[in-house]
Ligand binder design. Structure first.
Ligand SMILES: Nc1ncnc2c1ncn2[C@@H]1O[C@H](COP(=O)(O)OP(=O)(O)O)[C@@H](O)[C@H]1O
Ligand SMILES: [Mg+2]
Length: 603
């Protein structure tokens, strides 16, 4: 019930549809209830007329007129049913489409605003599968519920009242039938739901893997893992079959029981009606009417089980839906801080970026960074050097506000408190270029959707994108496939660089931005980047030492802490990591090369 209330509250804007559907259901039900009375009345007229004819009388004109009118009434009732149920059906369709739109959009909106950390622990396919199932089930339920709820109540009440009027023991038997059936149905529900949850989990896991495998099909093929991936997938669905057998056997056993109980009760009802008619308490017409009425009374009972069935699914579905909707970003994130603007009292000369004793680790794992403090002045170029896995990318993630720190402070001048402006202030080229399907132009303009063709062409030139795009028959309109699959690593990286260039943000972050490029292209892109960095606060994680020889300062990281900070010249002679790397770069021994690779740096 609380699930229903939540859904209703969530989709308040659909209230007119719910009401419309309920009214049409009420009219259809009323038309249906009229039928037994009409046929009952007709039966009595027919029986009287036939008896009269048997007694030697003429065919009565009034009887014919009456049955004609009654037949017309039947026609009217079925026409009303036909028209109104179609109108209600239309409203039902629109209602479910709208509901699907509302629930999906809110879900997407919620997901878009969940912290990065949530995504680190979820599979894309699982998120999608859960969304689809939850929403389909909630929507189906609301549709059948708004259709059947009124029908159920109205039919039940009218049948009860009519039976009390004609013969109260009939009403008593019905009054026993309804709650018994409902109780048995509810009893079935708990176990059914538990198994349904287990089944869904299997489907979600399989779908998550499915999406991952399809997304990285190349790796699967290259390692010849098709059959084992398929096996894995099949196993999960195999489990759902096993679970369904248990679930369905149970359900049908319970259904047999509850329907048998119902059959016995209705046996009693029919027996009463027949015997009372034979005894002369009911006319044949009344008997026909009552029998039809009881058939109608049976309907809500069985459709009740359908409502309960979809309700069970909807409850399970809405649970996982609302679980996501009610996630508290702050809880996922932990209690630490995000980058914020320095206080005004700090004066006008505050550094562009300052890390103050920052400590951070992912989830519950050990600290990746600890006691990180440094400042970057406006327009300064600063490079980070450290071993692979040393936390350089993590540092950038923290600066972008993708994760909250465990302790310490990050201040970025010129931003408001919110993350949106922070991220608008930073142009970033990630280690993994991460493009979208769509055209080259769309990807370059991702950070500035209203960019003109000239602007796109200009940055494309500076990022050496133009040289390879010129060879595509469709030029900038070339579709690049999912995540840019149709491009080489270097081409993707150049588009990512162009994308950051076009954003033209005050802070530039380059995380091994040219690692996939050959020396020649790298030189071209580097020239464009040097140009871009001029007068712009820049943080660079280098892949080649040569690309950071010109920076203002270098920060070296060691074991999650800052080892040294200084100009390239200072660090070259300090005997620290940078000096070591420089020396290694000039050496040709195998061991030295290997050591260099540990730093992801090549000579
Ligand atoms: N999303 C993540 N979740 C958990 N651990 C992570 C995540 N990203 C990186 N790490 C861990 O954090 C450490 C630092 O990684 P990273 O900052 O990428 O290093 P670098 O960029 O210096 O090579 C590594 O030990 C890595 O395993
Ligand atoms: Mg990295």
């Amino acid at each position: 019930m609380s699930a229903l209330v939540r859904i209703l509250r969530f989709t308040r804007s659909l209230t007119p549809y719910y009401i419309g559907i309920m009214i049409s259901a009420a009219i259809v039900t009323a038309a249906g209830l009229a039928v037994p009375f009409i046929t009952g009345r007709a039966t009595d007229i027919v029986v009287d007329a036939v008896t009269a004819i048997a007694g030697g009388n003429d065919v009565s004109e009034t009887a014919i007129r009456s049955v004609l009118l009654l037949a017309l009434a039947l026609l009217a009732a079925s026409l009303i049913d036909t028209v109104v149920s179609n109108v209600g059906g239309y409203w039902g369709d629109v209602m479910s489409a709208k509901m699907r739109a509302i629930l999906s959009t809110r879900y997407f909106d919620k997901l878009l605003n969940l912290p990065q950390r949530y995504y680190d622990n979820e599979l894309t396919g699982t998120i999608v599968s859960r969304l689809n199932r939850s929403i389909t089930e909630i929507t189906n339920f609301m549709k059948s519920f708004s259709n059947m709820f009124v029908m159920l109540i109205l039919t039940t009440l009218s049948v009860l009242v009519i039976s009390i009027w004609y013969y109260w023991p009939l009403a008593l038997l019905l009054a026993i039938a309804y709650p018994t059936y409902f109780w048995l149905t509810a009893l079935t529900s708990r176990k059914w739901q538990r198994i349904e949850g287990e089944k869904n989990e299997h489907v979600d896991i399989a779908s998550g893997r499915f999406a991952e495998v399809v997304g990285q099909i190349k790796v699967v093929k290259s390692f010849a893992r098709e059959s084992s991936e398929l096996e894995h997938f099949k196993d999960h669905f195999g489990n759902t079959v096993t679970l369904t057998k248990e679930q369905s056997a149970y359900w049908h056993k319970m259904d047999t029981l509850r329907r048998a109980v119902l059959n016995v009760i209705f046996f009693g009802i029919y027996l009463l009606i027949f015997v009372r008619t034979v005894q002369g308490h009911f006319s044949p017409g009344e008997m026909v009417m009552l029998i039809q009425l009881m058939a109608l009374a049976r309907e809500p009972v069985t459709s009740l089980s359908w409502v309960v069935d979809t309700a069970q699914r909807a409850i399970a579905g809405s649970r996982s839906y609302f679980e996501v909707m009610e996630l508290d970003p702050a809880k996922i994130e932990g209690t630490g801080g995000r980058p914020h603007a320095p206080s005004i009292s700090d004066g006008p000369d505050v550094p562009m970026i300052s890390f103050k004793n920052v400590r951070f680790g992912y989830d519950d794992a050990d600290d990746v960074l600890d006691g990180i403090s440094f400042e970057v002045d406006r327009g300064e170029r600063i490079a980070f050097v450290g071993e692979s896995g040393g936390g350089k990318t993590t540092l950038i993630n923290l600066l972008m506000g993708l994760y909250a720190t465990r302790s310490g402070d990050i201040e970025v001048a010129g931003i408001d408190a919110d993350l949106m402006t922070l991220r608008q202030t930073i142009g970033v080229v990630f280690q993994d270029p991460a493009l979208f399907s769509g055209t080259v132009a769309e990807n370059i303009a991702y950070g500035k959707p209203d960019a003109t063709e000239e602007e796109i062409a200009a940055v494309a030139r500076r990022a050496a994108v133009d040289s390879f795009v010129a060879k595509f028959p469709n030029g900038y309109e070339t579709l690049i496939g999912e995540r840019g699959m149709k491009l080489s690593g270097g081409q993707k990286q150049r588009i990512a660089v162009a994308r950051a260039m076009l954003k033209d943000a005050p802070i530039l972050v380059l995380d091994e931005a040219t690692s996939a490029l050959d020396t020649k292209s790298e030189r071209l892109v580097q020239a464009g980047l040097d140009d871009l960095m001029r007068g712009r606060t820049s943080l660079i994680i280098a892949h080649r030492l040569s690309t950071i020889a010109e920076v203002d300062r270098i920060v070296t990281l060691k074991n999650g802490r800052i080892d040294e900070i200084g100009t390239p010249a200072q660090l070259a002679s300090s005997g620290g990591i940078y000096a070591e790397l420089l020396a290694l770069q000039n050496s040709s021994s195998k061991a030295d090369r290997k050591r260099l690779r540990d730093f992801e740096v090549i000579g």
